[in-house]
Design a protein around this ligand. Structure first.
Ligand code: GLU
Length: 352
């Protein structure tokens, strides 16, 4: 076989090839590890963005704690923590990321994901619905208008229906399933804030009414009183900003928890979960949120808000004061600031 390089020129060509190989190698290596200086997710850029957001909004006094669940009015309104966890498990935090608040509506995402995992995505669409109702999260009218159809698992009726669909012979087995999935997403065993649970359970006739109305339309799949109780307990699970960010990062990483490395749900389940968050994650301001951030997200009246940058990171903020729509004021402002600063809105497309 003829040698590719003539021996007389090899003395010149081989050093040249070596030089170019040396120049190319670090670029390739950088690409693989994602650490180019232009990487919007470099350690320096993330730390700068979350620090700036924290300092910008730490003295913001807009909003007030939810008080329709009495215990929530007693939560320290000054809790303010930001956590960002990348899809490969790097953790960045700022402020108070250890104080606990009740997860409230944020939990709806993970119970929905579990039902998708167990029954397939079509079951959620057929048995609950995946349409934004355009009405309050606890609207009875929304159920009545469509005879229990065309709601979604992120408003109370759909979330109570999700609790009724979760697998388990009885409410004890169903509860274990719910707590296990929330904990797997968070990467640690979560527990219930009993004062919040008792406070809400003693005063949730409206949710009971919703569950019974769904039953009347054959859209409740387990005992309505017990399903409402499961849902109420689920909402009272305690979390901090880091837990919520881990939950979001697990979605961002296609269902594998990037901190524990445990497979929690399938990539397909995540694929069907994120669009519901995009259309119905922030109550009546879901459109405004998505328009401005491009990130599927979910908030809760406890003051937590998490958002998912698919394939890149999960982010969460805990700060109890809410705006009129029921979303944490500081959380919305901080995450929007960080998304803009890091230029990570998935719809920001650089032309080829
Ligand atoms: N447990 C609360 C309720 O049912 C959840 C509300 C929320 O965070 O949206 O009213």
């Amino acid at each position: 076989m003829k040698p590719f390089i003539h021996f007389r020129t090899a003395g010149l060509i081989i050093p040249m090839l070596l030089i170019s190989a040396c120049c190319i190698q670090p670029v390739n290596a950088q690409k693989k590890s994602g650490k180019t200086s232009n990487d919007p997710l470099s350690k320096e850029k993330i730390e700068a963005a979350i620090t700036e957001a924290y300092n910008l909004y730490k003295n913001d006094t807009e909003g007030k704690n939810a008080d329709y669940i009495k215990e929530l009015a007693n939560v320290d309104p000054n809790i303010f923590g930001i956590a960002l966890i990348t899809a490969d498990g790097k953790i960045y935090t700022m402020g108070d990321v250890s104080s606990m608040v009740s997860i409230q509506s944020v939990s709806k995402v993970f119970t929905m994901a579990k039902v998708i995992e167990e029954q397939g995505h079509q079951a959620i669409q057929d048995k609950i619905g995946v349409d934004a109702t355009g009405m309050r999260f606890n609207s009875i009218v929304a159920v009545e208008l469509q005879k229990g159809k065309e709601i979604n698992p992120l408003v109370n009726p759909g979330a109570i229906a999700s609790s009724s669909l979760i697998s388990g012979q009885d409410s004890v087995a169903k509860w274990k399933n719910i707590l296990d999935i929330q904990s797997a997403f968070a990467g640690r065993p979560l527990t219930v804030n009993w004062p919040v649970y008792v406070s809400e359970a003693g005063d949730n006739l409206r949710n009971q009414a919703i569950a019974h109305l769904l039953l009347a339309y054959n859209r409740m799949y387990f005992d309505p009183v017990q399903s409402t109780d499961l849902y109420t307990k689920q909402c009272a699970i305690n979390v901090n900003a880091k837990d919520l960010a881990t939950m979001a990062a697990t979605l961002a990483n296609g269902g594998v928890n990037p901190v524990t490395k445990m497979k929690v749900v399938s990539p397909e389940t995540v694929m069907y979960t994120l669009p519901v968050m995009a259309t119905a994650g922030l109550y009546d301001d879901s459109g405004i949120w998505f328009y401005n951030s491009g990130l599927p997200a979910k908030s809760g009246v406890g003051g937590g808000l998490l958002a998912v940058c698919p394939g890149k990171f999960g982010i969460a903020v805990v700060s109890p004061p809410l705006d009129a729509a029921g979303n944490s004021v500081k959380a919305q402002k901080s995450i929007r600031y960080i998304v803009e600063k890091l230029q990570v809105n998935p719809y920001l497309i650089q032309p080829k």
